[in-house]
Design a binder for this molecule. Structure first.
Ligand SMILES: CC(C)(COP(=O)(O)OP(=O)(O)OC[C@H]1O[C@@H](n2cnc3c(N)ncnc32)[C@H](O)[C@@H]1OP(=O)(O)O)[C@@H](O)C(=O)NCCC(=O)NCCS
Length: 150
């Protein structure tokens, strides 16, 4: 059995970044004033924008970028491999990149399966976001739908 420790590896970070261990963070960027709660995984190629908070037990897959001052609740999952060919795609070239704007708020237990969420959007707890969110508003449900614009 080969055991590989989790931890913090090749992370670029700005000023006043706080990380509550244990976490698994590698080959990603954390900008100034970011907070990362415990039991979070952030994979390579991710950028967490200035002032953003990622609460405990959240999983951020490869190539996700968050703008400034986003709030990602507990146990949120981002998925970049959408199983479009009927199962896991071994080729990262087939995976989506996910980009959140500034001041995006994501409720606990939400799943993000889309490539973009615009600035100022709010995603309800437990929602499954399957389409790009292009208009500022509150979205909830599975699939997530606009509850009301903001
Ligand atoms: C999405 C949310 C912001 C909406 O709040 P709101 O604007 O006050 O909405 P309301 O409670 O008035 O609900 C409006 C409608 O949306 C539905 N709804 C609200 N939240 C929902 C959710 N998370 N998933 C599915 N439907 C939801 C309500 O049932 C209601 O439906 P109806 O009109 O058919 O009765 C809120 O319910 C929510 O999920 N907040 C996330 C909180 C959270 O995760 N915090 C983390 C702290 S660490």
């Amino acid at each position: 059995m080969k055991m590989i420790d989790s931890g913090v590896r090749e992370v670029t970070y700005g000023k006043n970044v706080r990380v509550i261990m244990p976490v698994n963070l590698y080959e990603c960027e954390l900008h100034d004033d970011v907070f990362i709660g415990p039991f979070v995984e952030i994979q390579k190629g991710c950028v967490i924008g200035r002032g953003s908070r990622v609460q405990s037990h959240t999983f951020i897959c490869e190539n996700v970028s968050l703008g400034a001052n986003c709030f990602i609740g507990h146990n949120v999952s981002f998925a970049n491999d959408l199983f479009r060919a009927g199962g896991p795609d071994p080729d990262p070239a087939g995976w989506i990149r996910i980009c959140l704007g500034d001041n995006v708020t994501v409720g606990s237990g939400a799943t993000i399966l889309t490539d973009s969420i615009c600035s100022g959007a709010v995603i309800g707890a437990g929602s499954v976001v399957v389409k790009p969110v292009t208009r500022k508003g509150i979205y909830a449900g599975n699939p997530a739908r606009l509850i009301r614009p903001l």
